[in-house]
Write a protein that binds this ligand. Structure first.
Ligand SMILES: [Cu+2]
Length: 96
């Protein structure tokens, strides 16, 4: 699976006053989805999450054990090689 990147925004659209749009825009984040292979239990998920979460620019990491899907939220576009290296460091692989 090829990692896909799409623009997104932090926070919700609800209850944002007109002047809030500026702040809303400044909170823009990027969500990138990867597929991690080799994970078998919650410890694997924790190891991958921990490793990727320490990367510069990463705001959040959500790993699903059943599907192997890892959703990384970041404040700027991330280098795929950096993500791949971090997952590799944890002992797993990013499938393409
Ligand atoms: Cu495990």
């Amino acid at each position: 699976m090829t990692p896909s990147q799409r623009g997104g925004v932090g926070g919700g659209l609800r209850d944002i006053p007109p002047w809030g749009i500026l702040i809303y825009t400044m909170n823009a984040t990027i969500t990138t989805t990867y597929t991690v292979t080799g994970m078998t239990c919650g410890h694997c998920v924790a190891a991958v999450t921990e490793e990727v979460a320490t990367l510069d620019g990463v705001i959040g990491v959500d790993v699903d054990l059943a599907t192997g899907q890892m959703v990384v939220t970041s404040s700027r576009p991330l280098d795929d090689h950096v993500i791949t290296a971090a997952v590799d460091e944890a002992g797993y692989a990013v499938s393409r």
